[in-house]
Design a protein around this ligand. Structure first.
Ligand SMILES: Cc1cc2nc3c(=O)[nH]c(=O)nc-3n(C[C@H](O)[C@H](O)[C@H](O)COP(=O)(O)OP(=O)(O)OC[C@H]3O[C@@H](n4cnc5c(N)ncnc54)[C@H](O)[C@@H]3O)c2cc1C
Length: 430
C-alpha cells in the first residue's frame, strides 16, 4: 500500500520512519526546499510528579509517554544522543515569580528514576532523518493544497488525490474514471485562531548567560507573572540556554483575538524590554542576550470534531496545534505516530480496511490530544495569574503538583488495545 504524508518535521518524519519500517511505500511531501526545523529547543517533559517532604519529585519510572513513544518506535537511541536528559536527583524545573522570588519551598526535583529531557529541534530532526528507510521518498517544494478521497465510478481502486503546488505528478495518475462524489478535504484553515499570546525566543550562549546571572542559570526555571511568563532550560549538552518569554492579552474573548501582519515579526530591543519592565533582573539580563528580538504570534487550532475522512487523517499540529504551555505538542505528535503505526502494523490492515484503522486511531487519539489543547491554554492561565488562584503561592503549588500527571502518566498501550477492541467490534481480525 502507498501512503502519502504531508509535512516533514517531527510529526511527519517519525510517522514516515515508523510506517516505512512496516514496509509501506511512503511519499512525503514538504513545502519547503529541504527538511528544516526552527532554531529553538523543545522539551519532552518529565515523568509525573509526586510530593515528597518539601520537594516535588518525579514518580518512579523512566520517561513520560511521549518519550516512551519514541522508544517504542525504535527512535530512542537517536533521541538520546542529541537530547539533554536530566540525571536522577537533578533539579529539573524551579518555579519563581516575576520579582525573582522562588515561591515557597516548591521545586520540581528529580529524585527517583524519572527523567526530563530537552533537545535542539534541528539536532533531533537531523538524527531522525538518518533513520528514514529507503522506501520513503521525499518530495520538496511541494505545497499540498487539497487532499481528497476519490471514489472511481468504473470499479477501479479507491484512492486519495493530492493537489500540489507547483504542479506535481499525482500519486496515481493512471487511475481513470474519477468522479468526486464527496470532497473530503478537511478544512483545517478555518479553525485556526490567534491565542492572544506572543512569544520571544532565544538560544543563549551558556558562558555569557552564566556571566550575567551566575551558575543558577543552569537550572531550568519558569518565572510566573501577570499576563506574562518566561521559561528557560538547557539544550546542546548544556551549552545553550533555550529561552521563551510569553506575553498575553486577555482583554478579548478567545474568538475575538486578532493578530495583524506576519506571524513572526522583528521588533526592537526597546519594545521587548518594555514588555518585561519591572521584572526580575535575571530575566532582563537574559533577554539582553537574545540576538534578534522577534515576536512569534502563537496560533492554535480550535479542537477539531473530526480528523478522519475515509482514507485521510490528521496528526501532529495539523490535528491539534495548541499553546505550548504544557511542553507537550511535539510529544503528542510522536504519540500519534506510535499509535497509528501500531495499528497499521496489523496484518488485517489492507486497502479495503484502512478507513476503519484510521477511524479507530482518531477515536483513541483525538480525546487526549484535544484535552491537551484545552489544558495547555489553562496552564497559561495558571502561570500568568489569570485563574481564581491568582498569585497565591500555596494554591499554585497544590495545582502544579498534579497538573501534568494525566499528560505524562498516560498508557499508550491501553489506547492501542482500545482501538483493537473497536476494530474487532467492526468484524476486523486483530
Ligand atoms: C514557542 C513554542 C514552544 C514549544 N515548545 C514545545 C515543547 O517544549 N515541547 C513540545 O512537545 N512541544 C513544544 N511546542 C510545540 C511543537 O513545536 C509542535 O507541536 C511540533 O513541532 C509539531 O510538529 P509537527 O511535525 O506536527 O508540525 P510542524 O513542526 O508545524 O511541521 C509541519 C511541516 O509540514 C509542512 N507543511 C505544512 N503545510 C504543508 C502543506 N500544505 N504542504 C506541504 N507541507 C506542508 C511545514 O513546512 C512543516 O515542515 C512548542 C511550540 C511553540 C510555538
Amino acid at each position: 500500500m502507498t501512503i502519502a504524508i504531508i509535512g516533514g518535521r517531527i510529526g511527519g518524519i517519525t510517522t514516515a520512519i515508523a510506517l516505512g519500517r512496516l514496509g509501506y511505500t511512503i511519499h512525503l511531501f514538504e513545502q519547503a526546499k529541504q527538511f528544516s526545523e526552527i532554531g529553538a529547543g523543545v522539551a519532552l517533559g518529565p515523568k509525573s510528579i509526586a510530593l515528597d517532604d518539601h520537594a516535588i519529585v518525579f514518580a518512579d519510572g523512566t520517561f513520560n509517554s511521549s518519550v516512551e513513544s519514541l522508544r517504542k518506535m525504535g527512535l530512542f537511541e537517536a533521541y538520546e544522543k542529541v537530547a539533554d536528559i536530566t540525571e536522577p536527583d537533578a533539579l529539573c524545573l524551579q518555579f519563581t515569580k516575576d520579582d525573582g522570588q522562588v515561591f515557597g519551598k516548591w521545586f520540581f526535583k528529580a529524585t527517583h528514576k524519572g527523567r526530563g529531557s530537552s533537545v535542539h529541534r534541528a539536532r533531533l530532526l537531523e538524527a531522525l532523518l538518518k533513520l528514514l528507510p529507503d522506501n520513503v521518498t521525499a518530495h520538496f517544494s511541494s505545497h499540498v493544497n487539497v487532499v481528497e478521497n476519490i471514489y472511481p465510478t468504473d470499479g477501479s481502486n479507491l484512492h486519495v488525490r493530492l493537489t500540489i503546488q507547483p504542479p506535481h505528478a499525482e500519486m496515481h495518475p493512471e487511475w481513470p474514471g474519477e468522479q468526486r462524489i464527496f470532497d473530503a478535504s478537511i478544512a483545517v484553515g478555518k479553525h485556526v485562531r490567534y491565542t492572544g499570546t506572543y512569544a520571544y525566543r532565544g538560544l543563549l550562549d551558556i558562558t555569557k548567560a552564566v556571566e550575567k546571572n551566575g551558575e543558577g542559570v543552569r537550572v531550568p526555571t519558569m518565572w510566573f507573572g501577570k499576563d506574562k511568563h518566561v521559561l528557560t532550560f538547557l539544550i546542546e549538552g548544556g551549552k545553550i540556554v533555550n529561552l521563551v518569554a510569553f506575553v498575553s492579552d486577555r482583554s478579548q474573548g478567545p474568538d475575538e483575538r486578532t493578530w495583524t501582519g506576519p506571524w513572526v515579526k522583528l521588533v526592537s530591543y526597546q519594545q521587548m524590554f518594555e514588555d518585561f519592565k519591572g521584572w526580575d533582573q535575571n530575566v532582563i539580563n537574559l533577554s539582553q542576550l537574545i540576538e534578534k528580538p522577534e515576536q512569534w504570534a502563537l496560533h492554535e487550532l480550535v479542537p477539531l470534531r473530526r480528523w478522519t475522512v475515509d482514507r485521510i487523517t490528521l496528526l501532529g499540529d495539523s490535528a491539534h496545534a495548541s499553546l505550548p504551555h504544557n511542553g507537550a505538542g511535539a510529544g503528542q505528535a510522536t504519540e500519534d505516530a506510535y499509535v497509528l503505526a501500531s495499528l497499521l502494523a496489523l496484518p488485517s490492515c489492507t486497502e479495503d480496511t484502512i478507513p476503519h484503522f484510521l477511524q479507530v486511531y482518531e477515536d483513541v487519539r483525538r480525546p487526549r490530544a484535544s484535552g491537551q489543547q484545552i489544558h495547555a491554554c489553562e496552564s497559561g492561565d495558571v502561570y500568568e495569574f489569570a485563574t481564581p488562584m491568582k498569585d497565591n503561592n500555596h494554591a499554585l503549588a497544590e495545582n502544579l503538583k498534579v497538573r501534568y500527571d494525566w499528560i505524562w502518566e498516560h498508557d499508550l498501550e491501553e489506547d492501542i488495545d482500545d482501538a483493537k477492541r473497536k476494530l474487532k467490534d467492526m468484524g476486523i481480525e486483530v
